[in-house]
Every structure is written in C-alpha cells, then in structure tokens.
Write a protein that binds this ligand. Sequence first.
Ligand code: SF4
Ligand code: SF4
Ligand code: SF4
Length: 321
Amino acid sequence: MTADKLQIALYWGAACGGCDVAVLDTDAFILDIAAAADIRMWPIAVDGKYADIEAMEDAELDLAIFNGAVRNSENEHIAKLLRAKSKVLVAFGSCAHLGGIPGLANLTTRDEILGTAYLHNPSLEKGSKTLPVPESGVNGSTLTIPAFYKRVYKLDDVVPVDYYLPGCPPAADQVKAVLQAVIAGELPPPGSVVGASDKALCEDCVRVKSEKRIKQFHRPWQIMIDPDACLLEQGVLCAGPVTRGGCGARCPSSGIPCRGCYGPLDGVVDQGAKLLSAVVSVIDSQDPAEIERIIDGLPDFTGFAYRFSMPSSLLQRSVRP
Ligand code: SF4
Ligand code: SF4
Ligand code: SF4
C-alpha cells in the first residue's frame, strides 16, 4: 500500500462476471490503474479479504466499484461495508444501476426459484428435498451461508450511491473515461449517470428513420432485415427510443435490436412503460382488435421491456406475497 496512490476496491454482487471483464477490456490502461492505485479488493483478480476491508478506517478507500445486483445478505453486507469505507461508490453496470438481468427474477418468487433449482431439477437425485437454509448444524457447529432474499434490489436500494455507470456491461471506452476522471479528480456532481449520453440511443444510431408505421411485429430471425433502415420501423422491437445513448449504438449497428441496457433517460421513471408508449406510437391501426393482434405479436413483452430494469420499475416485482 502506497500513501500517495488512490485506494480502490472492486466487488461483484449478483453478477455474471462480464462487468469485471469490461474493466480488464480496457487493455493496457489496466496497467495505468495499477500504477495509479492500490487495488485493495477485487474478488475476480486480487486476493483481498473482507476482513481487510472491515479493518479499514471509514472513507479510507478513494473509490469502490460495485457491479452486480443485491440478491442476498452477503451482497448487502459488502455494499454497506464498501459504502462506509469509501469516499466514492460507483454502481457499475446495469445490475448495480437498475437491477439488471438478475432483476428479472422479480417476475417470479423465491420459492419458485429454489424449487426449480433444488427440488425439480432433473439433475438431482430423485425425491431430493434439500433446500439451502441460512444456518444449519454440522458436527456440532453452525454452518452459515448468505440468506437468499425474496427479491432482487439495485445497489441504491440498500446504500447511497455516488455515480452510476450504465451498460451490460459498460463499454470499455466508458470505463476508461470514468476511471481517468476519478484519477484526475474530475467527476461530475454526485448522483450523475457517468460515461453515457443524455440523449436517446436513436440519435447515435445510423439506421435511417422514416416515420413508417407497422402492421406486424417480427422476431429478428423471422424476416430479412434491411441493413440500413430502422429496426423498429421494420417491426423488430428495439428499445433505442427509450434508452440512454453512449454505447455507440453497438447492437443496432450489428443488426441486433437494442434491449435497453444503458437504462432510461433522465426524468423517465419506468423504462418499460416508456417503451410500451413508443411501441404503440408506431402501430398503424386505430382498430382496438387489430391493435391487440399486433401487440400479441410481441412475445414476452414484459421480459423485453424490463430486461435490465425490473427492480427499478414502478412495480419493482410482479408478485407481492
Ligand atoms: S451488468 Fe451485465 S455484464 Fe455486468 S454483471 Fe450484470 S449481467 Fe453481467
Ligand atoms: S429504434 Fe433502434 S434501429 Fe431504430 S433508430 Fe432507434 S436505435 Fe436505431
Ligand atoms: S445498443 Fe442498447 S442493448 Fe446494445 S449495448 Fe447499447 S444500450 Fe445496451
């Protein structure tokens, strides 16, 4: 540990590892980080123990980067620990920012998830009834594991967050720009979404928009997609109109519709509801029955519209026992 270096920690909660790879994707810049900072904890790459973080003074870390959602008691404990020990806490990636892909679990219940994994999984011994519990007795001792919560939370549901870096994962250039701003001490006002635009993704997209309205939705593989025209105007559901730009429109540029991972624009409280409004505006019909038929052509609209933002939506979850 060097006194004049930045002190930083990285952590993953309910995550897939892609956000950690996004940090590594900054290529040679990772060496600049190593030169400018002591990395005190980074489970995927550096051997730092929770006890080392617990032993720190409050605000001893200059920066903590938290990726992943909060799914269990361990995620929440480390989120609170890093909040106390850090001057700046960044919610890194869609999962920490909005709940992300793990947040889709809020469309079902904890019991259904545990039942699928531990009771009805075809790879289990027939008749297995073993479910994980937070505490169990083993040889006279108590074995504890993290408690699996009823629902998924985004990071700022459990601790105050200073900055949000969106994306699933954030693009490497954005990661680099934000880390450079931290190193230079040039961050915007707390609470900001950083490394992204405040304009809709459509403004960065090179596909041609002609205000064409549609009579039918298609899955991308069901039609020959015009390589130059707007996907939504071809009947392929695209979240570009309701998604913050900043990724370089990388999905539509590759022929894939945007799924919305950079999250909603400032002032939008529910990205999925906003997408429904955008979708309805391109439907070419005034007849309720026909509109219903056209919308029925959108399989699992909820799963698409809230792909990254279910825990931050107005409903937050579909089941409230
Ligand atoms: S934001 Fe995407 S890449 Fe990052 S941890 Fe979540 S699922 Fe993985
Ligand atoms: S809706 Fe999608 S394809 Fe169309 S302009 Fe917007 S981002 Fe591009
Ligand atoms: S185009 Fe949409 S889904 Fe793809 S990276 Fe950009 S914001 Fe995310």
